[in-house]
Design a protein around this ligand. Sequence first.
Ligand SMILES: [Zn+2]
Length: 144
Amino acid sequence: MTTPETTVPLWETDHLYYCTEGNYYRNGNHLTYDSWADFHAEWGRLDPDMNLVFRWDWDTPDPTDYCPPDCAGHDDGDCDTAPGPTLKVFWVLQRKAILRSTECAITEADEPAVRAWLTERAAHMRLLWEPLLPAPTTPAPAAG
Ligand SMILES: [Zn+2]
């Protein structure tokens, strides 16, 4: 499958509103991972109905929210340097009515794998909302 020229990189996608990490009613429902691979090993192949993805956000921290590179160190050397981008994924464990979230460190090199995985989740979400949505604009793969 080729990607059209007009495809917006996931890191340039800015979704409406936001979702708070974790769960209002329970602690420990926001899990973090050091890499896409670590995240995917644990969450990538879970059943899409029991672990429904309803939102994702590729978050790139705003450097202006952190110390500049030439920061003098606030007299204590305790600088607040900008972390790298992360992928946040928001889940509903439908069978147990549990809301939870995951966050993994991510790089632009991960984008094709992330896109493929999210596309599967999007297709699954579409199933729950048919027949309200227009038909997909991309042709289905030929049978056979
Ligand atoms: Zn500083």
